[in-house]
Design a protein around this ligand. Sequence first.
Ligand code: ADP
Ligand code: MG
Length: 727
Amino acid sequence: MSTLRFHAIKETFNRPVIDVQEPARRSDIFGKNVFNDAAMRQYLTKDSFRSVQDAVTNGSKIDRSVADHISTGMKEWAISKGATHYTHWFQPLTGTTAEKHDAFFETTEDGAIEKFGGGQLVQQEPDASSFPNGGIRNTFEARGYTAWDPTSPAFIFGTTLCIPTVFVSYTGEALDNKTPLLRALQSIDKAATDVAKYFDKNVTKINPTLGWEQEYFLIDKALAKSRPDINLTGRTLLGHASAKGQQLDDHYFGSIPKRALDYMRDLETECMLLGIPVKTRHNEVAPNQFELAPIFEETNLAVDHNSLLMDVMSKIADRHNFKVLFHEKPFAGVNGSGKHNNWSLATNTGINLLSPGSTPMKNLQFLTFFINTIKAVNEHEELLRAAIAGASNDHRLGANEAPPAIISVFIGSQLTNVLDALEKVKNGKLSPEDKTDLKLNVVGKIPEILLDNTDRNRTSPFAFTGNKFEFRAVGSTANCAKPMTVLNAIVAKQLIEFKGQVDELIKGKKMKKDDAIFNVLREYIKDSKRIRFEGDGYGEAWEKEAKKRGLSNNKTTPSALKEQVSKKTIKLYEDLGIMSKVEIEARHEIEVEEYAMHIQIEGRVLGDIARNHVIPTAIRYQNILIENVQGLKDIYGKDFKKLASEQMRLIEEISGHIESINKDITSMIDARKKANKLDDAEKRAFEYCEQVKPYFEEIRYHCDKLELLVDDEIWPLTKYRELLFTR
Ligand code: ADP
Ligand code: MG
């Protein structure tokens, strides 16, 4: 066996048992490393505490002198917990998180102190010229700064105090994922509050909620390291399917293997300390695939928690000799990973606006937000698709894997019936009888628990699941900020439009409020019928039907991203004050650039593995065969052919594959060279997508065939069965 593979497998045999310590009650340690209300009450003056709370709920500015008080309290708290450093923690457009640690320690004239001032809390200027900026910051103005986001509490990870921040250029343009998200959340807060007031005057704030579900693979660290493709790209670029994969369905919800469970227990303890309210863990469909889900939270915090979680998961995995694979499709032939984004709207009065209620009025409120969301998705389905685009998610969307690249909304039969009935509402003012009938027989009859909205249609990318929408097409590597920015922005815009139309009917046609609401909703139901789909989202029939309905079906990232810079999108973002044209175009530039680089790296790695690992091994095996044939000839003379025929056939077959691989790699390199010459980043992305990527399948096909032919003893790459079934 090749040395790398051999040592990797040997290492897995003697894994030490890792001691996992768990508290008896998780609630005892929950949020212990978070500068939350309890910690603030202890370490801040009443006034400082109040000003943080005011900033959180009302977005008010924190005074510089108050910031000094807060930073001192925060520092004392952090030091009491063993922290030595602090960092502004932010989410640049690389999609991950960034941090630069500074010590509290400072020297003075007569010694040294621990210092952390208000200025250091509120704003920092990381030397950030190496983060993607899409041309926003010229080199002579290569300055960006991070600014404290008090709506997401500071926390301690390891020995570092982490302060969640936004990252913007000196001229104020967003350079991160958080800034547009915060602006979108502000938009929807305002828009949804205005609409919610139709039903309850006490509503003064709307918090969009997010509950993500993170899928991932756990692979033994040594085995993962033995594969150059996993190391450099996060996925396997080749590898023949294991004889046993997921066909027996014996992994899903099965008993969690002990080693994985120990990892999860350790991870969950860390999550508890960090205030990430993890709740659910289970095996997923593919072998060595798992899922983790928390209790939902306010969206900004939930997004931060997901980013933090992914970082923590990798770090804890290291301790357990695992590598976590977040890639959407690390292995061909078994399920890929996603990150469902469950989304709803919560009021300051404790109501979930997407939860049906017990009275007709509550249900009219529910229907208002429910139908407006559907309408928003209908109007902006293509932008929603763009929000989840990326080279790795392309392996799921549009590649016969859950869910399709076509965005549609599943609502279940009960609500379909309700919308069908509402569609028949009479135009104009309703008679008292009509209204009573409507309220009693349609709106009044929506059950509080929608039986068919649990999780029935797994093929839907955007499903209503009883009291929330579940956006299932989000990729497992995604930063949730992107889809959440789009979803909240489009619903905000929709609600503003809705309010305008309802008010117009009330004023112009002197309609009663609920008449007006019924009338507008009826039109929305008609307008957005095409987006509703209850059938099999994976089927070919749906692709045809969706095309007829005029829905987009952008199967690749470069084509999906186009909508991000359309006139319609620019108008949407500019109207809502979420992003300027410059910011939007910069983001697009970064994403197409990143896409091309992603495919470029994969192409290089695949070329290397195929040429420098697979082909030499195949030749070595071929030489063994040749030696064997030669030996048979020496012994049996001209009779050797009968005995050596199978070996000779193998020799030729191997040569055939080697030839194909070499030819394809040469063509792929040529295609890359051609693509690299293109100056325009978008064109380059298309070229990589259409001219370079198609070679991957071809090259892989022949390599995987060789894997089946060549002696297992000398095969250099750790095999699927070893990667997927080592427990
Ligand atoms: P399941 O889908 O497994 O039956 P749930 O419906 O309770 O379980 O929740 C699935 C996910 O949806 C969880 O991550 C949960 O936090 C999230 N979730 C539940 N209610 C809401 C809500 N109102 N807003 C956002 N996310 C929610
Ligand atoms: Mg789910």
